[in-house]
Ligand binder design. Structure first.
Ligand code: CA
Length: 225
């Protein structure tokens, strides 16, 4: 899941980005409204966490501009003020939810899950099943029958992305965009390396054949041949 974090306080941003990455989000950080709008114009984010107080334009303005640009990705606004007026303004500007600082990482994660579950895109149901493979998107675990697959955070994120698009050919650029952040190097073979690792781990549950290669097109997670 690719997430844009818009937060100007560097230490807070770094901590939050780390917490989110530990929970399988690919995180880009923007430190002001202008770079947030540029990043959102380039990348296809799954969700945006937007601080209200920014050094240039405030979060309300950023949110309004996003919606005017036709960017309909879910936005969770962070506000230091728990004023009713502020929350109303945030929701009116096009935000989908808000959270008052200081907040617990667990609450942020729960709200992100809720945002990603609802709405037109319904990105993350709680359970994803493909043949013998079952993903629990809350616990971020994958198992085949009784076998829990020992996945790293990034491996889980990759497998979840494939599972959300089960039966569809998923191209390398879509994988890079939603599973990796800005640090992804398009010239590297990191996606192939991860596919090999995932197949080895799926093999522990007898399910290595679930990931199929479509030469020149990408990968498909599917039970069918
Ligand atoms: Ca701020």
């Amino acid at each position: 899941m690719r997430l844009l974090l818009v937060e100007d306080e560097l230490v807070a941003a770094r901590l939050l980005a780390k917490g989110l990455r530990d929970h399988a989000y690919a995180v880009d950080v923007a430190a002001d409204g202008a770079s947030a709008l540029v990043a959102a114009g380039i990348n296809d984010y799954d969700v945006i966490v937007l601080d209200l107080g920014l050094p240039d334009v405030d979060g309300l303005e950023v949110c309004r501009s996003l919606r005017e640009q036709g960017v309909h990705v879910p936005v969770l606004m962070l506000t230091a003020r728990d004023a009713v007026q502020m929350r109303i303004a945030g929701l009116d500007s096009g935000a989908d939810d808000y959270l008052t600082k200081p907040f617990d990482l667990d609450e942020l994660l729960a709200r992100l899950r809720a945002l990603l579950r609802r709405g037109a895109r319904a990105l993350v149901p709680e359970r994803l099943t493909v043949g013998p493979l079952v993903l629990d998107t809350r616990a971020q675990t994958a198992s085949c029958g009784d076998v829990r697959l020992p996945l790293t955070t990034r491996e889980y994120a990759f497998l979840e992305f494939l599972a959300r698009h089960a039966g569809e050919v998923v191209g390398r650029s879509a994988i890079a965009e939603h599973v990796w952040d800005d640090s992804y190097d398009p010239l590297s073979n990191v996606i192939d390396v991860y596919v090999q690792r995932l197949r080895r781990k799926l093999a522990l549950g007898g399910a290595e054949a679930l990931i199929k290669t479509r030469r020149g097109a990408g990968y498909v997670l599917s039970e069918a041949d």
